[in-house]
Ligand binder design. Structure first.
Ligand code: 6PG
Length: 270
């Protein structure tokens, strides 16, 4: 059997194993994008309050792209006075391999829409140093940042209170794209994942980190995601072709917050 066929078989077997072990996903369909982002902000606030009450801090990994912008704006305005910002620690589940000033930077997007508007201490914000031209070094450095912050022993995984994820029209999530080597990474925490179609590397948490989280929330909005969402939530395509299918927290909650436009391809609309 070819190597990639063996890897696919391994991924499918693992996925089937996880399906048996993971709690079922909670799928919430909201009528409008505004309601979607309000529900997401409520979920972030709920996670934050629970985490601070239990552990004295709230660790969150942000997603990138365009969808979270409206959520970040809401957190910086409506939730500004109720979030425990001084106990909130920001990380990124993935980052483009660009400087923080680049228009494509996920850090820059979060800085502009939220971080610059809230009283979070700068020391609580752990940016991916993606300005370094050596992507492997960037990944290694961010992995060390996680190991130090979470005080990890060898082999241990960081357990984030909340990881926000989006999903591309190809079913990628974080920067785990279909058919990329990053899907099979089981020991590293952060990788530089070469994405052939982008002709570049992306920095990304690996699946073990995503699946170690206490709570993972997918935010999916718009008709351009309807087809892929049906495939991911209701289809039986091989998981490595739709990496979002591989996100099944081992012990945590999985919540899909979807607006009606993105849900238009699902068999169930409520
Ligand atoms: C990124 C993201 C990525 C994103 C999806 C959806 O760096 O681009 O982390 O995984 O969530 O591509 O992007 P949109 O929200 O722009 O559709």
């Amino acid at each position: 059997m070819r190597r990639d066929a063996r890897l696919s078989a391994a991924l499918i077997a693992e996925q089937e194993g996880q399906d048996r072990l993971s709690a079922p996903a909670e799928i919430r369909i909201l009528t409008t994008p505004q309601e979607l982002f309000e529900a997401a902000a409520e979920e972030v606030l709920r996670c934050a309050k629970d985490a601070v009450a239990q552990n004295g801090r709230f660790t969150i990994a942000l997603s990138g792209g365009s969808t979270p912008k409206a959520l970040f704006n809401l957190l910086a305005t409506n939730a500004r006075t109720v979030m425990p910002w001084d106990r909130t620690y920001f990380f990124w589940g993935d980052e483009r391999h660009v400087p923080p000033t680049d228009p494509d930077s996920n850090y820059r997007m979060a800085e502009e829409t939220m971080l610059s508007k809230i009283p979070v201490p700068a020391s609580n914000v752990f940016r991916v140093a993606a300005e370094n031209p050596d992507a492997a070094e960037v990944a290694q450095a961010y992995e060390q940042t996680l190991r130090k912050f979470f005080q990890l022993k060898p082999g241990e995984l960081p357990v984030f209170d909340l990881i926000l994820l989006g999903m591309g029209p190809d079913g990628h999530t974080a920067s785990l794209f279909p058919g990329t080597a990053g899907l099979h990474e089981k020991s590293r925490l952060v990788i530089a994942n070469w994405v052939e179609k982008l002709k570049g590397s992306r920095l990304s948490f690996t699946l073990p980190v995503l699946n170690a989280a206490r709570c993972v929330v997918f935010l999916v909005s718009g008709t351009d995601k309807a087809t892929v969402l049906h495939t991911v939530l209701e289809g039986d395509a091989p998981p490595e072709q739709y990496p979002a299918k591989l996100v099944r927290p081992d012990n945590g909650k999985l919540i899909w917050l979807i607006d009606r436009a993105a849900a238009s391809g699902l068999s169930k609309q409520s």
